[in-house]
Design a protein around this ligand. Structure first.
Ligand code: NAD
Length: 428
């Protein structure tokens, strides 16, 4: 068995396949991405030298609509990673019943080493390289790790220059002033918050008696930590790529966010107005954060954080996957045998792509929604699909992850059948 991330990602399907009657055609098609593109992006650096960056875009499956998925800038980006993320996007869009297939993109680099102008030239170069592969009805990128609305704005502008017409619907997660949706920047966290709030009573828990540790203090993790602490949960630990902080009494998330924004790091502080004081805390490694004895663990950084190596250290009772693929399939089985409930990425972090869908709809209709309308629609979708998956898990006595795959597979299979498969023709 291969150890690639994609092989591990595909293993999630095997268990779900037992519970769905899928045509052989559908099973065969879901094993392979529809198309993968590897590009070299030449960038003129500020010192006059030329550097070539490697970029990727994978369109995994477009049965249910144009493909959709973020663009990641990270030193570990590879074709294997992008393909796995595109595979997960296919199921995420099906689980949320969005009219999209799955895709993902990325560039292998450490964005912290580039100046802003170099980053802009690189982002525009990426669009030059993949322009024939994308489009509002073909493939629609969005932000992911270390990309943001500013980068989405450059990319949309570059695509519009190439096509000689303004094309806001080609990309989502843009700045609001050029067609971004209100609420998109915080949508992944907001969606995850709705999922947690809906499921918490089912686990017989109340927010004020629930301790939380969040790994990853970026777009998704920091916002979710703040939403949870505002709702009364006790967020006792957070971390970023440099490590983490822990305070038994709970952390003041808004103060930590302000510090991180100004200083590019995290610090256990409490601020009132402009006066900030350090609070009593412990410094943690990311491994130590994952092993904390908390009620709720939220991995919100990268994939493969909980593996066979550290899974037996996990003490949390509940894990909500905000990152994509933070738990390997082998570790997943061990967590299950230990009675630790995992709520899967393809449901928990789907708020991002859901509001991306809303943004695309708004761009195409030219009618823009209020923040209340966006959040109301997001909440409705997240709660509806969470409840449906919960019911499947109960009926089949399977973990939430298997239930989510069963749910998504059924939708994908129906759509594939509707376009014609061998079984479909045999049955008519
Ligand atoms: P981000 O770039 O805003 O933040 C990433 C955070 O993770 C940063 O705080 C970084 O310091 C931290 N980090 C990086 N490596 C780490 C490590 N080894 N240990 C601990 N922390 C580490 O990215 P994001 O948009 O918040 O994405 C985080 C996760 O959520 C990713 O898995 C992403 O695919 C997933 N996700 C994001 C969105 C979205 O809309 N942004 C949507 C769905 C899923």
């Amino acid at each position: 068995m291969s150890d690639s991330l994609f092989a591990d990602a595909s293993r999630r399907l095997e268990r779900a396949l037992k519970y769905v009657s899928l045509s052989e055609d559908a099973i065969e098609r879901l094993k392979y991405p529809k198309a993968s593109l590897i590009v070299s992006i030449p960038v003129r650096m500020d010192n006059g030298s030329l550097r070539i960056f490697q970029g990727y875009r994978v369109r995994y499956d477009d049965t249910r609509g144009p493909t959709k998925g973020g663009v990641r800038y990270h030193p570990k980006v590879s074709l294997d990673e992008v393909q796995s993320l595109a595979f997960w996007m296919t199921f995420k869009c099906a689980v949320l019943n969005l009219p999209f297939g799955g895709a993902k993109g990325g560039i292998t680099l450490n964005p912290k080493e580039l100046s802003k102008l170099e980053l802009e030239r690189l982002s525009r170069g990426y669009v030059d390289a993949i322009a024939d592969f994308m489009g509002p009805d073909v493939d629609i990128p969005a932000p992911d790790v270390y990309t943001n609305p500013m980068i989405m704005g450059w990319m949309m502008d570059q695509y519009s220059i190439i096509k000689r017409q303004l094309s806001p619907a080609v990309i989502t997660g843009k700045p609001v002033t050029i067609g971004g949706s209100l609420g998109r920047e915080v949508a992944t966290a907001t969606g995850a918050f709705y999922v947690i709030e809906h499921l918490l009573p089912k686990f017989k828990r109340v927010p004020v008696e629930t301790t939380v540790a969040v790994q990853g203090f970026g777009n998704a993790g920091a916002e979710l930590a703040e939403l949870l602490s505002k709702a009364g949960y006790k967020v006792v630990a957070v971390s970023d790529s440099q490590g983490g902080i822990y305070a038994k009494k709970g952390l003041d998330i808004p103060s930590i966010r302000r510090f991180k924004e100004a200083n590019k790091g995290i610090k256990a502080i409490y601020c009132e107005g402009s006066v900030c004081n350090i609070v009593e805390h412990e410094i943690l490694t990311n491994e130590e954060l994952l092993a904390l004895d908390v009620d709720l663990l939220v991995p919100a950084a990268l994939e493969n954080q909980i593996t066979e190596v550290n899974v037996n250290d996990i003490k949390a009772k509940l894990i909500f996957e905000v990152a994509n693929g933070p738990i390997t399939s082998a570790a997943d089985l061990i967590l299950e045998s230990r009675g630790i409930q995992v709520i899967p990425d393809i449901l928990v972090n789907a708020g991002g792509v859901t509001v991306s869908y809303f943004e695309w709809v708004q761009n195409r209709s030219g009618l823009y929604w209020s923040l209340e309308e966006v959040n109301q629609r997001l909440k409705h979708k997240m709660v509806e699909e969470t409840e449906a998956i919960w019911k499947i898990a109960e009926e089949l006595s399977v973990p939430m992850r298997t239930a989510a795959y069963v749910y998504g597979l059924n939708r994908l299979s129906e759509s594939m059948n509707a376009k014609g498969t061998r079984d479909y023709y045999l049955n008519t």
